[in-house]
Design a protein around this ligand. Sequence first.
Ligand code: FAD
Length: 276
Amino acid sequence: MYPAPFEYVRAESVAHAIALLAEHGDEAKLLAGGHSLLPLMKLRLAQPTVLVDIARIAGLAGVSDGGDHLAIGALTTHAQLERDPLLGRHNGLIAAAAHQVGDPQVRHRGTVGGSCAHGDPASDLPTVMVALDATFEIQGPDGARSVAARDFFRGFWETALAPGEILTTIRVPKLAAGASFTYVKLNRRAQDWAIVGVAALADRVLGKRIAFTNLGPTPVRGAAVETALAGGATVAQASEHATDDAEPPEDAHATREYRAHLARVLSRRALESIAA
Ligand code: FAD
């Protein structure tokens, strides 16, 4: 399928991108790696008349050390996340999840900002951001603002980004020395989206955390599992609460019951692996 005709403009800076969005209004869409937007355009599920390409804006890619946190530029690709030395040293959970996104081609084009801005509940990195309590830095015509991960994801393909805004940076905590973490997902083929995914983390400062991919319209923090663990429950007991905070969807890949079953099983496996 071919997309509907569109105009292409390349933004030279964040301010330029914001000005272009303001100029073209609802007709315009930002283009980062294009690996979510272009398939939608080919299916004619999205028909922007103007694409504002932000992929070459300087300074929006890469990871920097912010002292107590790491700042990840929105244009950082999944492949860069996998190999970044700062993430390797201070937050390997992100690298572990990025490694499981799609295939090498997808990981070399797709960006963390695009993945989060797209708001697909089957995406892997948003779940990790919710587990980490990441902060999303946004710029728009009215200036800059910060949004916590728990408030950023609003529903199926819906985020806190307003029209005309651009996600510039995601701030994540550095994990303590000795922290353990994992991201596990079940998919039918190696490069597929998760039927269910689980991010789990045990950190001296942050405590035990768990979040789920594709268990509802947004990434789901497993608050009931975390509470059970904090109260002394075993991993097996706590994992039984995997869907207490979720509304597992039903689709061509899985029934509601199967997804709930997967959530419990993957939750147990993930928590056992970080306890080992
Ligand atoms: P784009 O496609 O360029 O943009 C996506 C949306 O976000 C658009 O609406 C765009 O306007 C908006 N946007 C982009 N950047 C910004 C920004 N900085 N600020 C505001 N809005 C912005 N993902 C997974 O998580 N797991 C998988 O297993 C997986 N498998 C895949 C397999 C295939 C074959 C393909 C094609 C994709 C797969 N993906 C998967 C999706 C992939 O990770 C995408 O790259 C990612 O979701 C979107 O990033 P992008 O940079 O390509 O964004």
